[in-house]
Design a protein around this ligand. Structure first.
Ligand code: FMN
Length: 264
């Protein structure tokens, strides 16, 4: 089986990405860093964000590396954006997850972190302008045993993704819909929800649900307050919307809780 060569689309990245907590002790080289920086530049323009790649700062993860929760975590995407701006937090989830999927296609491992880092130390090594704040980080690096890992087939990685953690069911993800409405929903909606089910979320709480509205052929995304994800719900809403959009194919979201997706 030929590795990942024929699987270079964003949907392929959705289907194989998992949180990676153990990394090889090997730096991100200059060429890879340049390519990641080139990915971030348009995302920052589109999202009015200030995402930055920071390399070789293991001190940001000293505690988590020492406890064994993480291994060799040393590089991160600093998720920086406008201060006190709910919509920017959602955009940060959306566009930083886009960078996560690009990194996944390059064979890199990623982990969103809200807790397993030293925020103050991380802030020292990135650029936070006036009126901005550091929301979160995404650890990035070569996954442990990455040479062997690169030889794995797409199917093997996708099987691991499907089985490595519990997920809320399709019915739970579409809790606002009747069985009949689910049955009648178009294939793009189902594919969108399935991609969202594979998205990362804080503590795997999966706080976002989707509904399909047959009257105007739109989908809507909602934050489920009962998921108990009050701190990171907007970030996770942005992540889930990106995954949905990739699964659904062409289309565009409006921002916000309850925002609509227009399929094209
Ligand atoms: C906003 C956010 C914050 C997270 N914070 C942490 C963290 O501090 N430590 C950690 O080990 N995992 C963290 N995670 C990773 C989640 O636990 C993980 O994405 C989730 O369990 C789903 O697993 P998966 O990413 O393999 O699909 C975070 C994820 C998100 C989206």
């Amino acid at each position: 089986m030929g590795g990942m060569a024929e699987h270079n689309q964003l949907i392929d990245a959705v289907n194989i990405r998992t949180a990676i907590r153990s990394f090889d002790d090997e730096p991100i080289d200059d060429d890879t860093a340049r390519q990641l920086d080139m990915t971030l530049a348009p995302l920052n323009l589109l999202g009015d964000l200030h995402l930055q790649l920071v390399r070789n700062r293991p001190q940001v993860f000293a505690e988590a590396n020492a406890s064994g929760h993480l291994r060799n975590a040393a590089n991160y995407l600093a998720v920086v954006g406008p201060k006190n701006d709910a919509e920017a937090k959602e955009r940060a989830g959306f566009y930083a997850e886009r960078a996560v999927l690009a990194a996944t296609l390059r064979g890199l491992g990623t982990l969103w972190v809200a807790g397993s880092w030293d925020r103050a130390e991380a802030a020292r090594h990135c650029h936070i302008r006036n009126g901005e704040e550091l929301y979160l980080a995404v650890v990035i690096g070569h996954p442990e045993h990455h040479v062997e890992r690169l030889a794995k087939s797409y199917e093997e990685l996708a099987e691991f993704q499907r089985t490595h953690r519990p997920t809320k069911s399709f019915e739970q993800f579409t809790a606002g819909m009747s069985d009949e409405a689910r049955e009648a929903a178009p294939a793009w909606f189902k594919a969108g929800v399935e991609a969202a089910m594979k998205a990362p979320s804080a503590m795997n709480r999966q706080p976002v649900t989707f509904t399909y509205n047959a009257d105007d052929d739109t989908a809507a995304a909602h934050i489920d307050p009962s998921a108990g994800d009050e701190h990171w719900a907007l970030n996770d809403l942005g992540i889930a919307k990106l995954h949905f959009q990739i699964g659904a194919g062409q289309g565009q979201w409006a921002w916000g809780d309850g925002g609509l997706f227009l399929h094209k």
